[in-house]
Write a protein that binds this ligand. Structure first.
Ligand code: SF4
Length: 325
């Protein structure tokens, strides 16, 4: 649970509202006057917009646990990955505006349903509203940890405001070469920004801490999606993580599937090969890292086990099983 009181969390929300207009909530620094109806790159305005909020069982085992992660899928994104598997909500921005009061009630309902945590998916453009809602929920008895589930394109200045607010950081490390980050996700200077963000997250919470029931209570777990043609630059990413702390666990994902504008793409228009995933696992070991959550490439070759369908409802979202090496 957040270690800060509701009133202190509310003060953090006020600090974040100051950065909403002109908007400097993420490294794009759009300076959009969002409180006056303007929008920047992410197209989010003066309210949070969500796609769904539900117990989710397809995250890594310590995040999903046995009762599910209380996942809040937020609409839009400050990245623009051509292969985004959530493109209906990130690119097409399917979602519903929601007040902070109703958002707080959603958090409390997810706790009542037994979820192990509140999992904010793509929170960066919505941050003032989320933290404001959190302060309301904590005042009404929210006690479970907050998970910050992000593409990792974050400003350290913003992350520092979240110290004591966020319990678990779940960031992507997508690319180690900026040319691919720009070409395929429109993320300028991604590697330096991403590694800086990871370092700040680690400074706040350290590596992942798991309780006796096998559920994460605090810490950092990095996600890395292996891409075809070695485009993600996995070896350098693993070395970067090891340089911070070799005990940081890494979720090494094999689930790449061409979606959206990657369908038919000359480099990204196919699924990952088994040999490419195994090579990434070798690179993980060579970097000296100790803990990985991996996916079964054989299952992936059979069917779309990891493929979410946001039109299909709760029962079909993520069926992945991952293992702890
Ligand atoms: S949160 Fe959105 S509007 Fe604000 S800087 Fe980032 S992309 Fe631009």
């Amino acid at each position: 649970m957040p270690i800060l009181s509701a009133s202190v969390i509310q003060q953090r929300a006020e600090d974040l509202y100051q950065l909403l207009d002109p908007c400097k909530l993420c490294p794009r620094l759009c300076s959009a006057h969002r409180r006056r109806g303007k929008t920047g790159f992410c197209k989010v305005g003066n309210t949070a917009v969500i796609s769904s909020a539900l117990p989710h069982f397809g995250e890594e085992p310590p995040i999903s646990g046995t009762s599910g992660s209380g996942t809040v899928f937020l609409t839009s994104c400050n990245a623009a990955c051509i292969f985004c598997q959530n493109y209906q909500i990130s690119h097409l921005r399917q979602g519903t505006p929601i007040t902070t009061e109703k958002l707080a009630q959603l958090f409390l309902k997810l706790q009542q349903r037994g979820c192990h945590n509140i999992n904010w998916v793509t929170p960066d453009p919505h941050l003032p509203f989320l933290v404001h809602a959190l302060s309301l929920a904590v005042a009404e008895g929210l006690q479970i940890p907050v998970v910050y589930n992000t593409n990792g394109y974050c400003r350290p200045e913003i992350l520092r405001i979240l110290k004591g607010v966020v319990d678990i950081y779940l960031p992507d490390m997508k690319y180690s070469q900026d040319v691919w980050a720009e070409d395929f996700s429109n993320l300028p200077n991604y590697y330096a920004i991403n590694t800086g963000a990871i370092a700040e997250m680690y400074r706040q919470v350290g590596p992942l801490v798991i309780n006796d029931a096998g559920v994460a209570v605090q810490g950092l777990l990095v996600r890395h999606l292996v891409l075809p043609e070695r485009i993600a630059g996995s070896a350098r990413i693993f070395r970067s993580i090891a340089a911070i702390d070799p005990h940081i666990p890494v979720s090494i994902m094999a689930q790449y599937h061409p979606c959206y504008r990657a369908v038919g793409h000359p480099l990204l228009g196919r699924r990952l090969k088994r040999s490419e995933y195994l090579k990434a696992l070798e690179e993980f070991e060579a970097a000296g890292l100790t803990t990985a959550y991996t996916q079964d490439i054989n299952e992936l070759e059979q069917e779309d086990l990891f493929f979410p369908d946001f039109d299909a409802g709760e029962s079909q979202i993520f069926k992945a099983q991952q293992k702890h090496n």
